[in-house]
Design a protein around this ligand. Structure first.
Ligand code: MSP
Length: 524
């Protein structure tokens, strides 16, 4: 039976335009979603924008705009990165949710109702620190030099508020983490969450009264209830359910959320929003008696040329700027390849150029170019005969199969770097093989053997291209086009001899897929 897999990006605050930090989360999810589809799963991939709360309200005011009009405008800039918009990042999302949509209000109010019915919500008064930038409450003891531990400004806030009895979930959460050691990855983040929860949980303020840009509470209860809007995080987290049609028990909800056999839901997030996803969200769901997600995958943060990305430093990089300069697939490749997933990383243009030239242009690109142009020139532009290289080829396919297992295991562990390394290694070995066999020499001495060698290389290239699709979808697709591999024979299930290239197939004229990035600096 086909296993389902639901993967989500965080929904992005629309207080500002997207930058490469946002693009990174989305691209990582896209690689995962594409990988799982190729691996035969029924995938749903969600992204979108987080539009309520004080932070967005403030940004709208600063821009002199009505909050909804402001959200419409900024949300479009995020939509432009993915499917549904211009899709600048070539992302395969199945939906794009906005928290100002009607479907979302319904889901949030229903979740609230269920939690309230469970007896876990009470009315009280919040008096403490709040950081608008983080949309988070902080205790006095957490402050560092009068600021949030994240460096955000805090303001003293006193207001009537509804509270969620988070403290009542400490033991339940700890038991859950104990039973599901893979709930939070990487392990360091798991440990961080467990020790945070062991340190004791305070009840969480889940409504605000000092502004109105949020989802109203469901009617009922106390008389001044209509003054409250939901705390933006309870609103935001619910998006993951909204997009499945919940509270209706839709087929999507059943398949992607409630099916114990599913490999999802998986929430991919940055480490800064771990507590919300790994502590608050499971507690809300426990209170509402709903199934919990399978995994929270937390990645690190990017700095730019060694510095924190910030508006005041003027070093914020818009995704489009990089794509225009280097091309999309090289950027996607670099972001996923440069830093072990989970670690912080530094974005440097020089490293991007070096890596792309060495690993994509000189390795994979070169292999494709050499193999395909030799076939074009010397084999009449047709896939050559395998000849008596069958035994040899069998070995190649065995080795490739082992490679598939390794790559799949790495991806299942969210180890993009390892998965990519193995693809690069496959290409490097093929390049070594072409050098050793020297088909350009065989051309005169033993043309039949030359054909066999080129056949094996082309078949290797088929495997490499199939593997590369989650990371560099356009370039991998182009390579598969050049190998005349049909569109519906590009999944991992087609990595068998049965679908191997057929001798005699006409191939289109080769075109370079990974050009070298010339910076002009070295020529000088
Ligand atoms: N709206 C919340 C998420 C709600 S999810 C129910 C939010 N939005 S955000 O726009 O501030 O951040 C979205 C994602 O972008 C987070 O995963 C965050 O970690 C990521 N990044 C923002 N800046 C980043 C870097 N400099 N580097 C890597 N990722 C970064 O939080």
């Amino acid at each position: 039976m086909t296993q389902s897999f639901y993967v989500t990006t965080p929904i992005y605050y629309v207080n500002d335009s997207p930058h490469i930090g946002h693009a990174y989360t989305t691209i990582a999810c896209d690689a995962l979603a594409r990988f799982m589809r190729l691996d035969g799963h029924d995938v749903k991939f969600l992204t979108g924008t987080d539009e309520h709360g004080q932070k967005v309200d403030k940004a709208a005011r600063a821009a002199g705009k009505d909050p909804k009009a402001f959200c419409d405008e900024v949300s479009k800039r995020f939509l432009a990165l993915v499917k549904g918009g211009e899709n600048l990042l070539n992302v395969s999302n199945d939906d794009f949710i906005r928290t100002t949509e009607e479907r979302h209000t319904r889901a949030c109010q229903e979740l609230w109702r269920r939690i309230e019915a469970s007896g876990n919500i009470y009315l009280g008064k919040y008096a403490g620190w709040y950081a608008v930038r983080d949309e988070a409450y902080y205790q006095e003891s957490e402050l560092v030099n009068g600021k949030a531990p994240t460096g955000a400004e805090v303001e003293w806030t006193e207001e009537e508020s509804y509270f969620f009895k988070l403290s009542a979930f400490q033991e339940k959460l700890l038991t859950f983490y104990e039973e599901r050691k893979d709930f939070i990855v990487p392990e360091a983040r798991y440990n961080e969450v467990v020790s945070f929860v062991k340190g004791g949980l305070r009840d969480l303020s889940i409504s605000r009264t000092s502004f109105s840009w949020g989802i109203p509470l469901p009617p009922g209860g106390e008389s001044n209830r209509e003054k409250h809007v939901m705390y933006v995080w309870i609103d935001a987290l619910t998006n993951y359910l909204t997009a499945l049609g919940w509270p209706e028990e839709t087929p999507d909800y059943k398949k992607f959320w409630a099916d114990p056999e599913s490999t999802g839901p998986v929430h991919v997030i940055g480490k800064d929003i771990l507590r919300f996803h790994a502590v608050y969200w499971p507690a809300f769901l426990m209170a509402a008696d709903l199934p919990l997600p399978k995994k929270i995958v937390s990645h690190g943060w990017w700095t730019i040329e060694g510095e924190k990305m910030s508006k005041s430093l003027g070093n914020v990089i818009a995704p489009k700027e990089l794509i225009d300069a280097y091309g999309l697939d090289p950027v996607r490749y670099f972001l996923l390849r440069e830093v072990p997933f989970g670690n912080d990383g530094n974005f440097s243009r020089e490293n991007l150029v070096t890596r792309v030239n060495a690993e994509l242009a000189n390795n994979i690109g070169n292999l494709a170019q050499r193999t395909l142009s030799m076939i074009q020139k010397n084999c009449g532009g047709r896939v050559p005969e395998k000849g008596d290289a069958e035994a040899n080829e069998y070995k190649v396919n065995q080795a490739n199969k082992a490679h598939y297992e390794h790559i799949a295991n790495a991806m299942r562990a969210n180890d993009f770097v390892k998965a990519i390394d193995m693809i690069i290694d496959l290409a490097a070995k093929s390049n070594a093989y072409i050098d050793k066999q020297a088909p350009w020499v065989l051309k005169k001495e033993n043309p039949q053997r030359m054909g066999e060698v080129l056949y094996l290389l082309a078949e290797k290239l088929r495997w490499i291209s199939i593997f590369l699709q989650p990371f560099c979808p356009a370039a991998a697709g182009k390579m598969l086009d050049q190998l005349a591999v049909s569109e519906n024979e590009r999944s991992f299930a087609h990595l068998t001899e049965r679908y191997a290239l057929k001798p005699g197939t006409t191939l289109p004229p080769p075109q370079g897929v990974f050009p070298r990035i010339e910076t002009g600096e070295k020529r000088g």
